[in-house]
Design a binder for this molecule. Structure first.
Ligand code: AHR
Length: 508
């Protein structure tokens, strides 16, 4: 590569370094739509004020207490699944507290998140009916650490049993005739931390007990049980679960990784320095190594790839907005978050053979949210727009890509500036998503398409400033626009990617 050019602290190698090559589509590997999943915890203003404003709310339009504006926005993303009720909250949650007449439900204290009193007004029926409204599949996280095997088995029966049974009868008494048929179940959350501070060996045994009573001999109900997974690069955790849990009890293994700079000094969400931007990108790119190495371990014990890797918490994590409750994890969302989303979703797409589900943390008002609310106002974040642009990949056939990229360099450390993934949809279109994380340099990219196409069109997300965000006063500062920077000549494409941008191309 040519000598690096230094520009305001960052440097880029020669532009001709950028080459993206597409291989033929893999008809045997689908990019599961479930990679584009979301996460809603009883944390801060995600559920209360975010999704749910109460049946009696006269100011904000709602359906059974769920905000109509939020439902309409999330429908634009075609969200495939929604994880609930936690997170750490899940291992404190007793689902029977959240059913029956609302004025008779017990309260609990949300010990992990701000010590607030939870009135349980948003419970199982509210969540599962909301999923129906959203057209999304629920993903329920069971309480393992402070719950009981019977409690989780009862929850499965309550929501899934079709005939007569003690729990199905109770469900019907509470107003729901037909079961919801929930497929996705988390067996605890972060068992290595807030979910019980267990060792992987101990958790694997605990998991076996819980998983056994969630189903029958043949798992005839088809529940998809997801083991609480590793914290980032804890490879021993994944190895132990894959080795110690019989695979007939295991449909998925989770993994959590946040793009965080330093847990004790996370930095601001909008006024980050160039160095903090680089460090965040480094942590986001770390997902490539994590997914590759956890996959390699899973391949050793499950070469047929029957067990999915489920990255059910990912996203950027910064200091909370000044003046807000530190336990509520409320942060703004800038073009930096758009970069995290673009790079991470490309990584998941490219590893679609093993990564078959993922959940951005979290949907509304918490961490890397796609929606922020303030009273009756709602704003869509840059991350929302990346998710919307990338939805073309949902359930499309994977097109493997190889990427040769210029580097983004800082203080002797290097990151690829360009990230890419591609897919072929059922209508015969090819979609290519490209990200340039470089904050100052555009990237000229040659894309070798492998076959001739007749037309290309595209959409672009960028802004006048790397730190730009959508506020309640200026909600359209960062929105996608049409993109004219691609030139097609049969099987060759040249693309000019502006600094800190996401482009999604459609080829026919
Ligand atoms: O998403 C916020 C928290 O991060 C979740 O509750 C927990 O699982 C993780 O540590």
């Amino acid at each position: 590569m040519a000598a690096a050019i230094t520009v305001v602290g960052f440097s880029a190698a020669a532009q001709e370094a950028n080459l993206v090559k597409l291989s033929p589509a893999r008809s045997d590997v689908q990019i599961s739509r479930h990679i584009y999943g979301h996460f809603a915890e009883h944390l801060g203003r995600c559920i209360y004020d975010g999704f749910y404003v109460g049946e009696g709310n006269a100011e904000i339009p709602h359906t059974d207490g769920v905000r109509n504006d939020v439902v309409e926005a999330l429908k634009q993303l075609s969200i495939p699944n929604l994880r609930w009720p936690g997170g750490c909250f899940a291992d404190t949650y007793h689902w029977k507290d959240g059913i029956g007449p609302k004025d008779q439900r017990p309260t609990i204290v949300n010990t992990w998140w701000g010590g607030v009193t939870e009135d349980n007004s948003f419970g199982t029926h509210d969540f599962l009916n909301m999923c129906e409204l959203l057209g999304t599949e629920p993903y329920l996280a069971g309480n393992v650490a402070s719950g009981e095997v019977q409690e989780l088995a009862d929850w499965v029966q309550y929501v899934n049993h079709a005939g007569r049974s003690p729990m199905a009868d109770l469900r019907q008494k509470n107003g729901r005739e037909e079961p919801w048929k929930v497929k996705y179940w988390g067996v605890g959350n972060e068992a290595w931390g807030c979910g019980g501070n267990m060792t992987p060996e101990y958790y694997a045994d605990v998991y076996r007990r819980y998983a056994t009573f969630m189903s029958d001999w043949n798992n005839s109900g088809g529940v998809f049980r997801i083991a609480s997974g590793a914290n980032s690069s804890d490879y021993h955790w994944t190895e132990t679960l894959m080795k110690n849990i019989p695979h007939l009890l295991l449909e998925g293994v989770a993994l959590h990784h946040y793009a965080v700079i330093d847990w004790s000094n996370k930095g601001p969400s909008t006024t980050y320095s160039d160095k903090q931007y680089f460090q965040t990108m480094k942590s986001a790119w770390k997902m490539e190594e994590l997914v590759t190495r956890h996959t390699a371990i899973m391949d050793k014990y499950d070469p047929e790839k029957n067990v999915a890797l489920v990255v059910d918490e990912w996203g950027g994590w910064y200091d909370v907005e000044p003046g807000t409750n530190p336990g509520f994890l409320y942060q703004q969302n800038t073009m930096r978050d758009a970069m995290i989303a673009g790079v991470t979703l490309n990584i998941f797409n490219n590893h679609a053979e093993r990564v078959r589900m993922a959940n951005l943390a979290q949907t509304i008002n918490v961490l890397q949210a796609v929606i922020l609310t303030d009273g009756d106002k709602m704003v869509l974040t840059p991350t929302f727009h990346v998710m919307e642009m990338y939805k073309v990949h949902q359930d499309a056939a994977l097109i493997p890509v190889s990427v040769q990229s210029a580097n983004l360099t800082m203080d002797g450390e290097e990151l690829p500036a360009v990230s890419a993934s591609a897919s072929a949809d059922s209508l015969g279109n090819t979609h290519v998503s490209l990200v340039n994380i470089h904050p100052t340099d555009k990237q000229e990219i040659r894309v070798d398409l492998g076959k001739a196409y007749r037309s290309v069109e595209g959409r672009l997300l960028t802004a006048g400033d790397l730190r730009a965000y959508n506020s309640f006063d200026a909600p359209e500062t960062v929105v996608p626009t049409g993109y004219q920077g691609a030139r097609l000549r049969e099987n060759q494409l040249t693309v000019s990617l502006p600094p800190f941008s996401v482009v999604v191309l459609k080829l026919r």
